[in-house]
Every structure is written in C-alpha cells, then in structure tokens.
Design a protein around this ligand. Structure first.
Ligand code: PMP
Length: 286
C-alpha cells in the first residue's frame, strides 16, 4: 500500500494525509463542537485503547453530540489502520467527533449531524531519560460551571496553549496550572504527581482537570505495587517542597521533573518504578 505518516478513516474509507473534512458552515469550525481522544501505539502495544475509545464517546455526549461508533468498532478500525504503518513506528491514535450542523439557538450543535474520523499519525515517544522543568502558570483551569472540563474537547485547549507558550517563553518545558480556587490542577496537557516522605500525592479530581486515563492507571499500578497513593487537595507550595515530581499522560506516559522554578530535582525512584509498571502492564494487557 501507499506510504503516509497519517491515515484517516472517514465514512468507510482510509485517506492519507490531511484531507479537508470541515467547511466554513460546519458547527465545529465555527462554534467549537469537536471532541477527540488520544491513545498510543508503541512497541506493538496499545494500552487502555478501550478506555480512550469509551472516553471520546463520553466527551461527545458532554458537548451534546451523538456518538456514532461503538468502542469495539473504533478498536477494530485502529488495528486495521495500524497495519498501514511500520510495526516499530509509534503512532498517535485520535478518534474524533464533530457536528456539521447547527441546532437549538444556532449556537448548539445539531446532534443528528455528528460525524466521525479516526486519525492515526506517526509521533515518536519521548526518548528514555527525558525529564522536564516546571514553573507556575499565571493562567487557571476553568470549573465545570464555566466549561465542560469533563470532556476532551478542542474548545478547551486555547487556554492550555497560552499556558505552555507563556512557560516556554520563560525557559521552562511545562507549567503547573491551578484551578480557580488556587489548588494545583494539572500540567498543560498531562496530570501531575509528587512524592513526599515516601507518599505519592496527586490532586483529587474536583472537575477542573482531565481525569487522565494514564493518571488512573498509574494510581492503580502503584497501589498494587505497595505504594501509598493519596488523591488530595494540593497547593503549589507542596510541589515546591516535593521530593519527586512526575507527569502522566497518554503521549509520553510517565515523565520525571528535573527542576521546579530554580530548584533542581533528581528524577527519582517512584517515577522510574511507575514507568516500569506501566510498560509491564501494557505488555501483559496486549
Ligand atoms: N490533561 C490534559 C489537559 C490533557 O490534554 C491530557 C492528555 N490527554 C491529560 C491531562 C492526560 O490524560 P490521559 O492520561 O488520559 O492522556
């Protein structure tokens, strides 16, 4: 077959590259009704693909769209699409819904006009040994009353984008973003964990951040391995004083933090163990 770094399944056919699918009258391009999820294929593994497919359907419903695909069908299409890549390629798996038409009051999407695309593209994993620096973002995560934060929706990401741009502009790799109460929520596109005196801590889900699939997986794996993991309300001061910090997300899985503001941190044993447990889980679940 033809070689491409991107393949899209739309209405029963595979298309290479970046075909035009949304017009100027589409609700999605005008008023933001697009939801997506991001899973990964790497080293022949696709951990928690079922949960990512389930979540995109939940995200669709949260924005008033009607999901048209079952989890089983999305997984089957993903496997079919992955055969178009080299077995050693790492691939980003993006199931994606949007609305074409307008519904109630023009601003709401017409649920009957929901469309689906499965987009797969090559995206390398972080090289072994990657570690990041963090600062505090001046921007905040909205609450459930102000945005549908429980959905993985494109319309939420301009806020994350300005947070990462601002942090990089000051020489940091990423930023800790607080919620509107001033508690730590997450990083710009990943969840965040810290370790203090042997206890693993991560913000308790309060509706202000994405309750990551990797986050929930890592909590379970660390607990099963004997770690004490607590979901708590945490302030930025807790992180400034942490023994270890690491992030979790589908894209790079577990990434340790090497610096917070001007304080150096040594990538530590808990992050290393979490990474190891994740890979063991991914292999055993395949
Ligand atoms: N928060 C945000 C804002 C994200 O975009 C992501 C990446 N999907 C995460 C957290 C991590 O979630 P997950 O582990 O489900 O990829």
């Amino acid at each position: 077959t033809e070689r491409s770094t991107t393949w899209n399944w739309i209405d029963g056919e595979w298309h290479p590259g970046n075909p035009p699918i949304i017009g100027p009258r589409s609700h999605a391009s005008w008023l933001g009704s697009s939801v997506f999820d991001g899973a990964r294929a790497f080293e022949g593994l696709t951990p928690d693909l079922d949960l990512h497919c389930q979540r995109v359907n939940d995200s669709a419903r949260a924005l008033g769209l009607t999901p048209t695909m079952t989890v089983a069908r999305m997984m089957e299409l993903t496997r079919e699409g992955l055969t178009r890549f080299n077995a050693e390629d790492a691939v980003y798996i993006k199931p994606y819904y949007w609305a074409e038409g307008e519904g109630i009051g023009t601003i709401a999407p017409d649920p009957e006009s929901t469309r689906f695309c499965l987009c797969l593209f090559e995206a390398p994993m972080a090289p072994e040994g990657t570690a990041i620096s963090l600062t505090l973002s001046p921007f905040r995560r909205p609450t459930l009353e102000t945005m549908p934060v429980n959905a993985k929706a494109g319309c939420l990401y301009p806020n994350n984008a300005r947070a990462i741009v601002e942090a990089k502009g000051r020489g940091f790799d990423n930023a800790i973003v607080l919620d509107m109460l001033g508690n730590v929520a997450e990083l710009t596109t990943a969840n965040v964990f810290m370790v203090k005196d042997g206890v693993v801590l991560t913000p308790a889900w309060n509706g202000t951040f994405l309750n990551g699939i990797t986050r929930q997986r890592i909590i379970g794996l660390l607990r099963a391995d004997g770690y004490q993991v607590e979901e708590r309300t945490l302030g930025y001061g807790d992180f400034l004083d942490a023994d270890e910090i690491f992030s979790t997300g589908n894209y790079f899985k577990v990434v340790p933090v090497k610096r917070i503001e001007d304080r150096e941190l040594t990538p530590g044993p808990v992050a290393a163990r979490a990474r190891e447990l994740y890979w063991e889980f991914a292999k055993s679940a395949q």
